[in-house]
Write a protein that binds this ligand. Structure first.
Ligand SMILES: [Ca+2]
Length: 448
C-alpha cells in the first residue's frame, strides 16, 4: 500500500490549519461536580442518573442524583491492588468500570485493576492486569459485593506502566478491553516481557492489543469465564491468541464507542515522545506500534530522533493502519507551538445537547499539556467534512475553558452520562496526592 502523502501533510498541518481557519477558538465551561478524590480515572452512569466514579487508588464512589459525592465508597478495593506509589506518579490501581448492557436487570459490573504479581509470572514481573466482574445489589446504600468478584481475564505485566485496561461494551453486546504494551523504563516496547519485534506486533501476547470477549458465555474447552466471539479475527488462527480484535497499540488510555452515527470504536493511544494519536479501531487492524507512531515511522533505538522511513506493512504483509488524527508531543518537539501536550487522554464523540457545536466530533484531552507544571488541556478533533477538497484529515484544536476553573493539574479521563453529556476527571497534580482529584461537567461557554 502506498503511503498517502496528503495524510502525513494533514497531520503536520493539524494545528496550523486550525489556528489559521479564522474561526473563534472553541470554548467550554466547567461545572465542579465533586472534589476530594485522588485520581478519578473512569465514570459510568447508573440507569437512575447517579454516577459511579472510579478513583485510581482503589475506591469506587457514588455521585447521587443531586450531585453530592457520597462519603462512603461503593467498593473499597484498596486491599486487593498491587503496590501503588502513593504521593508520587503511578499508573497502577483501578483502571476502568463498565456496566453490562443488561445492567438494569442483571446488575452486573465489570472492573479492571492491577493486582499483585501472580506466582505463576516471572519473579521480576511487576503486577497483573485483571478484568473482574462484580454484582451491585439493588439496595440502599449502594454497595458492590466484594465477595461477588469473578475473575475473567488476567494479563501479567512486566512493568508498572502502560496498563491500558480500558473497557467498554460495543453495540454488539461484546466487551472490548485495551491492554498496553507492558511498559518499561525505556518505553519503545523493549525490555523484559517484550517480544523482539515488540509486543505490538506479536500475536501470541495479549499485551499491546485491543481484545474482544463475550462475557455472557463460558468456554468450557478453554476453561475461561468468557467465550471467544466466532468472528474474532484470530478466532481460529494458529499462533495467535483468539481474544485479539486489533493490535499494534502502545498504551490505549481510553476505549469508547460513538453512541450514535456509525457506532465506531475510538481509542487514544499514548505515544512515546513524538506523536499522540486517536484511532478508529477496525476488526483485525494493525495500528503499527512499535513500527510506527502516529502517521510517522518510529526509531526504537533513538525514539527522540525523526525516523528516516515510514513502514507501511506489518510482519505478515498486512497494511499498517493510520490514526485518524495525531498531534505533536512536546517531549519530542520542544518549544514547538504545534505540540499540544505530552500524553493523550481519550474522550468521547460528543452526542449530548448542551454543546451543539461539538456534536459528532471527538472531545478529549492531554494529561499534562507540557513538561514541568502540569496543566492539562481539553482538545477537540473535528470530523472531516464529506466532499471537501483536498481530502482533509481530522483537525485537532485546543478547547479553551471559559470560566474560572483553570486546569491546574492533569486530565485523568472523561466520562459520559446517559444523556451523552461529558465529564472531565482531573487530578490537581501528577502524583497520587490525596484530596486533589475532581470531577467537572462540561457545558457551553457563556457568549463572548
Ligand atoms: Ca499507531
Amino acid at each position: 500500500m502506498k503511503f498517502p502523502s496528503w495524510l502525513f501533510a494533514a497531520a503536520l498541518g493539524l494545528v496550523l490549519a486550525g489556528s489559521l481557519s479564522g474561526a473563534a477558538a472553541p470554548r467550554v465551561s466547567l461545572q465542579l461536580v465533586a472534589e476530594g478524590l485522588v485520581s478519578p480515572v473512569s465514570l459510568a452512569p447508573l440507569p437512575d442518573q447517579q454516577l459511579l466514579v472510579v478513583d485510581q487508588i482503589g475506591h469506587v464512589r457514588l455521585i447521587d442524583a443531586s450531585g453530592r459525592l457520597a462519603p462512603d465508597s461503593v467498593l473499597d478495593w484498596t486491599g486487593k491492588l498491587s503496590e501503588i506509589n502513593k504521593g508520587s506518579f503511578d499508573e497502577r490501581g483501578l483502571q476502568c468500570l463498565a456496566l453490562h448492557p443488561g445492567f438494569a436487570k442483571n446488575r452486573r459490573i465489570f472492573l479492571t485493576y492491577t493486582g499483585p504479581r501472580r506466582s505463576s509470572a516471572p519473579a521480576n514481573y511487576d503486577c497483573v492486569l485483571r478484568l473482574s466482574e462484580f454484582t451491585l445489589p439493588e439496595a440502599s446504600p449502594l454497595r458492590i459485593d466484594p465477595a461477588s468478584e469473578k475473575v475473567l481475564l488476567e494479563i501479567d505485566k512486566p512493568y508498572f506502566n502502560h496498563n491500558g485496561g480500558r473497557i467498554a461494551f460495543g453495540p454488539d453486546g461484546l466487551l472490548y478491553v485495551s491492554a498496553g504494551d507492558g511498559g518499561g523504563p525505556k518505553g519503545c516496547d523493549i525490555g523484559e516481557g517484550h517480544a523482539p519485534e515488540g509486543n505490538g506486533q506479536n500475536l501470541k501476547t495479549l499485551l499491546a492489543k485491543i481484545l474482544r470477549v463475550d462475557v455472557d458465555q463460558r468456554d468450557a474447552q478453554r476453561n475461561t469465564a468468557y467465550a471467544i466471539p466466532r468472528d474474532n479475527p484470530f478466532a481460529t488462527t494458529r499462533d495467535a491468541l483468539p481474544e485479539i480484535y486489533a493490535y499494534g497499540v502502545r498504551n490505549p488510555w481510553s476505549l469508547t464507542f460513538d453512541r450514535a452515527g456509525d457506532r465506531a470504536l475510538y481509542i487514544a493511544d499514548v505515544g512515546q515522545m513524538r506523536w499522540e494519536e486517536i484511532d478508529i479501531i477496525q476488526k483485525g487492524g494493525n495500528y503499527g506500534w512499535p513500527l510506527r507512531e502516529g502517521f510517522d515511522g518510529f526509531n526504537r533505538e533513538h525514539p527522540e530522533l525523526a525516523p528516516t522511513s515510514v513502514p507501511t506493512l506489518g510482519l505478515r504483509g498486512e497494511a499498517l493502519l493510520n490514526p485518524v488524527a495525531a498531534y505533536k508531543n512536546a517531549s519530542g518537539f520542544k518549544n514547538d507551538p504545534e505540540a499540544l501536550g505530552i500524553c493523550v487522554t481519550g474522550g468521547y464523540v460528543y452526542r449530548g445537547k448542551a454543546m451543539p457545536e461539538f456534536s459528532g466530533n471527538y472531545l478529549f484531552g492531554d494529561w499534562s499539556g507540557a513538561q514541568g507544571t502540569p496543566q492539562g488541556r481539553i482538545l477537540i478533533a473535528w470530523r472531516p467534512t464529506a466532499g471537501s477538497t483536498p481530502k482533509p484529515g481530522w483537525k485537532i484544536e485546543p478547547v479553551r475553558v471559559a470560566n474560572n476553573h483553570k486546569l491546574f493539574g492533569c486530565v485523568c479521563g472523561f466520562g459520559e452520562d446517559n444523556n451523552g453529556e461529558l465529564y472531565l476527571l482531573t487530578n490537581g497534580s501528577a502524583a497520587l496526592t490525596p484530596g486533589r482529584g475532581r470531577v467537572y461537567k462540561l457545558g457551553p461557554a457563556p457568549a463572548l
